[in-house]
Design a binder for this molecule. Structure first.
Ligand code: AMP
Length: 466
């Protein structure tokens, strides 16, 4: 079934009910959204977009941008969202690689045009395996790869999340995420649409607007930086969070201190889940049952998860209905990233405890090999984060003539480098103890709040003169 038809089949029977609630008090109904989608679909066809063609969009977040996404699904084309921060040169690469039939720069303008003159358009039938979207991975090393997600992949994940997080028509989803990434685009939108629920629609995360929206919302989805920012705001009180039934976090690791402080402030435990462009959401802490800080919870129903390499800790491998079909026009890269029995190697290193919960210790490519020993940055970061004066830390490996790589810490906060190293030396083996500690005001992060360790490695590359 066409994913759009599946979503639309769950829109409220009373189409006058709101799909979007805007901060200025306006509401946009499900009926209006449906009509926008049908007319925009007709306009896409007029622009000679055919089933299977790519429609690229680099447009600011708007309701019209959502309509373009849904219209693309409706005509059986393939949606290719692009980060609004990408430069022209970066966009050129995506255009050359994906060869879109249409590039949408201004979704508002396109949909406005459709409203004035386009007819209503019927959906094009799709099979589960047909391509729905290509999501280019952030690609901190090498060329960015286009993860190919099918209608079936997205439908399966949406249904699993809708169930796992207990969504219903009673919910109001606070949507402050960007929509060029799976989190804001698929995870958030699909949960709301499958419930026929409204979303409080914010163009971006902004303290005052989020605080104003909390009393009328029930669920918020965020990246960890949303929660640290909320906690830094004295207006974020237990009363402010009272009406919310669920705060969900993902796209980057949630600090245990954030989880703890959040619970202390609000009495609520953030639900952390883990996902990636190649599979949407993979694991989640439970809705009912204990949510544990530092663990990303259990594999979603239907997801098989195992640890590669035969050790207790290793690269997580996954198989299941939401796992993507491969990288766009990269059959060799795709073959490398799947095992012979069809598991995708996520590139995330982790383990499962006796209870079956998954714990992630970082990206495989961030693993440090110092003097021939494997060092998992997370182990050291967790200890550093507990120290006085340390807000957050990032541990990286830097070129070193003797060790190959030298363990190095970059820390938000202040303190005495020697004292920190001496204190770590008390708990950690010498090969794991950072040789240097750098203090900074901020760590470099991408739009989803992920610390960009590649930038730190570049910045401090000459530290040991190697
Ligand atoms: P992306 O494809 O841009 O969504 O990035 C996916 C990556 O984000 C994953 O492979 C993980 O490394 C990381 N990630 C997402 N969620 C979490 C989480 N809850 N904890 C730790 N890492 C996460």
């Amino acid at each position: 079934m066409n994913l759009y038809d599946l979503l639309a089949s769950r829109f409220p029977a009373d189409r006058s009910r709101p799909a979007f609630l805007l901060p200025d008090g306006r509401a946009v109904s499900y009926g209006a959204l449906e009509e926008d989608v049908a007319r925009t679909a007709a306009l896409l066809v007029e622009h000679e977009v055919e089933p299977g063609d790519r429609v690229a969009m680099q447009s600011v977040k708007s309701i019209e941008a959502v309509a373009v996404y849904l219209a693309t699904l409706k005509v059986g084309a393939v949606f290719l969202p692009l980060n609004t921060a990408y430069t022209e040169a970066e966009v050129d690469y995506f255009i050359e690689d994906a060869e879109p039939a249409l590039f949408v720069e201004d979704a508002v303008e396109l949909v406005a045009d459709a409203r004035t003159r386009a007819p209503l358009w019927e959906s094009v039938a799709r099979e589960d395996g047909d391509l729905a979207s290509i999501i280019y991975t952030s690609g901190t090393t090498g060329r960015s790869k286009g993860a190919m997600l099918s209608h079936g992949n997205l439908a399966a994940n949406a249904a699993a999340l809708h169930q796992a997080w207990g969504f219903s028509e009673e919910d109001v989803l606070l949507h402050a995420l960007p929509i060029f990434h799976v989190h804001g685009l698929f995870v958030a939108l699909h949960c709301a649409f499958l419930s026929g629920a409204p979303m409080v629609w914010l163009e971006k995360y902004e303290d005052a607007q989020v605080l104003a929206a909390l009393p009328t919302s029930t669920v918020m989805m965020g990246v960890p930086t949303f929660y640290t920012r909320l906690l830094a705001n004295p207006g974020f009180t237990r009363e402010a969070a009272e009406h919310m039934r669920l705060f969900i976090s993902g796209s980057a690791p949630l600090l245990e201190s954030t989880f703890a402080e959040f619970e202390q402030r609000t009495g609520k435990r953030i639900l952390e889940r883990y996902g990636m462009s190649e599979a949407v959401i993979i694991t989640s802490n439970p809705l009912e049952g204990e949510r544990i800080a530092g663990s990303v919870g259990y594999p979603l129903p239907g997801v098989e998860l195992r640890i590669g390499g035969g050790e207790e800790t290793g690269v997580l491998e996954i198989r299941g209905p939401s796992v993507f079909g491969g990288y766009w026009r990269m059959p060799e890269k795709t073959a490398e990233e799947f095992t012979a029995d069809g598991f995708f190697k996520t590139g995330d290193v982790g383990r499962r405890d006796a209870d079956g919960r998954v714990w992630i210790s970082g990206r495989a490519k961030d693993l440090i090999i110092s003097g021939g020993f494997n060092v998992y940055p997370k182990e050291i970061e967790l200890i550093l984060d507990e120290m006085d004066g340390v807000v957050e830390s990032a541990v990286i490996g830097l070129p070193h003539a003797d060790f190959g790589e030298a363990v190095t810490a970059v820390v938000i906060g202040s303190g005495d480098e020697r004292a920190i190293i001496a204190a770590l030396r008390g708990t950690l083996a010498a090969f794991k103890t950072p040789k240097r500690v750098f203090f900074v005001d901020e760590l470099p992060r991408n739009a989803m709040g992920k610390v960009q360790k590649n930038l730190l490695r570049e910045r401090y590359a000459g530290t040991y003169g190697a």
